[in-house]
Design a protein around this ligand. Structure first.
Ligand code: SF4
Ligand code: SF4
Length: 402
């Protein structure tokens, strides 16, 4: 049995060969072939076997044909099909990861960037291949001191999982430092794992590599056990997804909050600091994991609207209809593969929607989006028209006393 299938069976009792034996399996077979999933999928037009056809093939006992195709390599785990399915079939959570894992194993050659990301994550605990020793370097330039639990293991209220992009990527580090300023402004008692932290193992993004997701989860759970805390805060919606939807398969039941919802809960404490007017026209991109999968639509918008002067402009696809930036499900490392197939990058498509609003700021709340959209802005030559900013950065920019 495949690693993903095993984990899915543990949580929902589903295996591809015994769909009639479980409630979720029977739900998959209840598909009415409406085609909504195909129409909603941002890559549906490129797939030989979009979700609707996968189910037809399953019913016909022809799943091997699907597994031998690269349709699921094009799935960016955006949850759009699952959100819209009238039969409530958990496509992105259950069916697609199983098919995807097997499809990737059958590829003649694994796309090089993806292969490298997987190897780096196995070896270093982050896809960039950075050393664990460098994970806390960003804290040295933080205006506010950051408590690292391995050096100061006292109990803490909020254990903040910084994740890899915010720890290592230069723009991610800007966001990490801004987040610390926000936490300080709301009086949060927080600490980080520091060099002990590794990627939490995004449920959709990495689970298709047998064993990797489980290895990361085992490791993170063993480190978390060492410390006492009331809640976990995560800045990466992919890690939020892993903790909310995959860790419970391993007995994990801690309270987990996205940074945006944690800060939003303390907005009244933050408001007095938001005194500088920012005359920006801002459009907000809903992250797939934060929005469709965790239903956090209002919190990021209310944080933005708390900033004096901000005018919010919605894109044509917004909230549950938002278009993925293309980074999920391994898409972060499949741009070259997709390009060779003549596919347009979803980040380029989404940027056009952002530009069409006339906004001068594209606000985001997921670290993948920062690098993907900043690159899309460069490719479009739109540097003079729009900038990409994390919500935490905009909030800090509004601090009158900064
Ligand atoms: S949206 Fe749901 S019911 Fe409709 S074809 Fe897709 S899987 Fe089947
Ligand atoms: S999760 Fe998104 S990319 Fe994957 S099949 Fe569904 S709609 Fe398409």
């Amino acid at each position: 049995m495949l690693a993903t299938e095993e984990a899915v069976e543990q949580m929902w009792g589903v295996t591809l060969d015994k769909l009639y034996d479980s409630e979720e399996g029977r739900r998959i077979l209840s598909c009415i072939q409406c085609g909504t999933c195909v129409g909603t999928c941002p890559h549906g037009e490129y797939m030989d076997y979009p979700p609707r056809r996968i189910i037809t093939m399953l019913k016909a006992g022809l799943i091997d044909e699907v597994l031998a195709s690269d349709s699921m390599v094009m799935c960016v785990n955006c949850y759009a099909c699952q959100t819209k399915c009238p039969r409530n079939i958990r496509l992105t959570e259950i069916l697609l990861p199983i098919v995807k894992e097997q499809s990737l194993l059958q590829l003649e050659t694994m796309p090089a960037e993806l292969q490298k990301a997987i190897e780096n994550t196995f070896r270093y605990g982050n896809y960039m291949g950075e050393s664990a020793r460098k994970r806390t370097q960003w804290t040295k330039t933080s205006k506010i001191p950051v408590r690292i639990l391995s050096e100061d293991p006292r109990p803490v209220d909020a254990l903040w999982l910084v994740e890899s992009d915010l720890s290592y990527h230069p723009r991610g580090q800007d966001v990490a430092r801004a987040t610390v300023q926000i936490f300080d402004a709301i009086g949060a008692d927080f600490a980080i794992l520091g060099n002990e932290e590794r990627s939490a193992g995004d449920c959709g993004r990495l689970s298709w590599e047998p064993g990797l997701s489980e290895t990361l989860i085992d490791y993170t759970l063993s480190i978390l056990k060492k410390y006492t805390y009331n809640r976990i805060i995560v800045s990466d919606p992919h890690a939020l997804d892993a903790l909310n939807f995959r860790y419970p398969m391993f007995g994990f039941s801690d309270t987990v909050e996205a940074t945006v919802s944690f800060v939003h809960r303390h907005l009244d404490m933050l408001r007095p600091r938001l005194t500088k007017t920012l005359k920006y026209r801002v459009t907000y991109h809903d992250s797939c994991c934060l929005g469709r999968h965790n239903k956090l639509y209002d919190e990021p918008r209310e944080l933005l609207l708390a900033i004096p002067g901000i005018e919010l402009r919605e894109m044509v696809h917004t909230r549950e209809n938002s278009i993925c930036c293309g980074g999920g499900g391994g898409g972060m490392w499949l741009d070259t593969y997709y390009k060779a197939k003549g596919m347009e990058r979803l980040s380029d498509r989404r940027l056009r929607e952002a530009l069409a609003t006339g906004a001068d700021v594209l606000a985001i709340a997921c670290p993948y989006e920062l690098s993907r959209f900043e690159d899309a802005v460069k490719v479009a030559g739109a540097e003079n028209r729009i900038v990409v900013r994390d919500i935490m950065e905009l909030l800090v920019e509004s601090f009158g006393d900064n």
